[in-house]
Design a protein around this ligand. Structure first.
Ligand code: PLP
Length: 457
């Protein structure tokens, strides 16, 4: 076979891709018919495809390229680490400097007494770890029946059996007989879609109290943990009402339920603080991390665990769990360098003080568009809801998701990657985005909305 390179014609690459590559979250037949878009390089916030077309990546890949593309410091660190020690494991009483250094740094950065890190290769794997960890913790405390995990409808916690079960995505549950036992779901704090005539604050309390009702129904001695994203990302950037998280925290504290904050998207600056938990005043017992930990340059995930859980687990014999790549030295070294850049270049402050407020102002103006029912953001994650009727917050009932899909296609034609979740459009650009690039982003989004609106009138 000939060498397959960036220089091959796009059509040939597409044919090979269709023949041999199975894609995640993709309708294979549709993809084969349309042909994939092939990204060949990227710099800052801009992608280039195999046709030389430049696109502003308002999704930071999959919400992960926090420091932007093309930072040679990370590739240099990876090359150095590969020469020094490309691999060693962290099983059976061994360790290495990158894993030690990264753990110590994460313990410094994480709030409260979240001082202990268990590594995984991804966010999904880290949530599998969390599920086993909390059950092992309660069993070690003499409560082996305390094993149910409560999550939320429309949550996303990954694609492994545990991750997809913890998530609340019906289309995922329908494939493969999920959720697995002892995972249950309560309602989400999605006021725009489900809040009816209530105020957002009333609705936030109502949804939080579903947790208390579920604990009462199951029995406190059966429930191990509650897991949630500070802001539901893949569910459509669902920013909870201000009343929601304080009430959830109160309920977890009152009923001895561990609180797992899934920070895979919100972590490492996305909401204007190092962690979404800080933005929303959450005091988690465990945080799931991945994505922005390495800015997506290498795969790595993990769980940051509080003193109490880590100490009980440490004194309960072997924790029979781990991954070949737990604490992989190259991934750990790259993550550490990524954290150095985030800190030294004050990128989290940039989100909080400059880019986040600027996006909020510009993005908020999209709410005036006739197709937009709400336009909201927190830090550098934002959403708009498309609607045929602004006053009632109605959906496009007959064609659910089709208008969102059309808008996404218009965005791409206008050199912008914006994702759609049904009829919600969402963005989460690299955290280094500059105000002038936000102007370009919002202009392209507005043009795409105009074109979508024109197409349905
Ligand atoms: N948790 C959340 C909140 C996520 O958004 C994701 C991925 O999008 C995951 C977990 C799963 O992470 P991964 O795709 O690295 O397995």
């Amino acid at each position: 076979m000939n060498m397959i390179t960036n220089h091959m014609p796009t059509a040939e690459l597409q044919a090979l891709d269709a023949a041999h590559h199975m894609h995640p979250f993709t309708d294979g037949a549709e993809l084969a018919a349309k042909g994939v878009r092939i990204i060949t390089k990227a710099s800052g916030v801009t992608l280039t495809d195999s046709e030389g077309y430049e696109i502003l990546d308002a999704m930071a890949g999959l919400w992960c390229v926090n420091i932007g593309y093309g930072r040679d410091e990370l590739s240099d660190v990876a090359a150095r680490q590969m020469k020094q020690l490309p691999y060693y494991n962290t099983f059976f009483q061994t360790s290495h400097v990158p894993a030690i250094a990264l753990s110590a740094r994460l313990a410094e950065l994480a709030p409260g007494d979240l001082n202990h890190v268990f590594y995984a290769g991804s966010g999904s794997e880290a949530n599998d770890t969390n599920m086993r960890l909390v059950r092992h913790y309660w069993a070690a405390k003499g409560k082996p029946d305390k094993k149910v995990i409560i999550s939320r409808h429309n949550a996303y916690h990954g694609s492994t059996m545990a991750g997809a079960s913890l998530g609340g995505m019906t289309p995922m549950h329908e494939q493969g007989g999920l959720p697995i036992p002892d995972v249950v779901h309560i309602g989400q704090p999605h006021w725009y879609a489900e809040g009816g005539d209530m105020s957002p604050e009333e609705f936030g309390l109502l949804r939080a109290r579903e947790l208390e009702a579920k604990i009462a129904e199951l029995g406190e001695d059966k429930v191990a943990a509650f897991i949630a994203e500070p802001v539901q990302g893949a569910g459509g950037v669902v920013i909870p009402p201000s009343t929601y998280w304080p009430e959830i925290q109160r309920i977890c504290d009152a009923h001895e339920i561990l609180l797992i904050a899934d920070e895979v998207i919100c972590g490492f600056g996305r909401t204007g603080n190092w962690f979404g938990s800080q933005t929303f005043g959450i005091r988690p017992d465990i945080m799931t991390i991945a994505k922005g930990l390495s800015s997506g340059y290498v795969p790595i995930g993990g769980s940051i665990v509080c003193d109490e859980v880590a100490n009980v687990v440490a004194n309960a014999g072997d924790f029979n769990h781990g991954y070949t790549y737990s604490g992989h030295p190259v991934a750990a070294a790259v993550a550490l360098e990524n954290l150095r850049i985030l800190e030294e270049e004050k990128i989290v402050d940039h989100v909080n003080d400059v880019a986040g407020p600027y996006l909020a102002e510009k993005w908020g103006q999209l709410a005036d568009h006739p197709l937009v029912g709400e336009a909201k953001s927190v830090g550098l994650m934002a959403t708009i809801a498309l609607t045929p009727d602004k006053s009632s917050r109605a959906n496009f009932a007959s064609e659910a998701g089709m208008i969102g899909l059309r808008c996404r296609e218009r965005c791409f034609a206008n050199q912008l990657v914006m994702r759609h979740v049904g009829d919600r459009m969402i963005i989460a650009p690299p955290l280094v985005i500059k105000p002038a690039e936000i102007d370009t982003l919002v202009e392209r989004a507005a043009r795409s909305l105009d074109e979508t609106y024109a197409s349905i009138k």
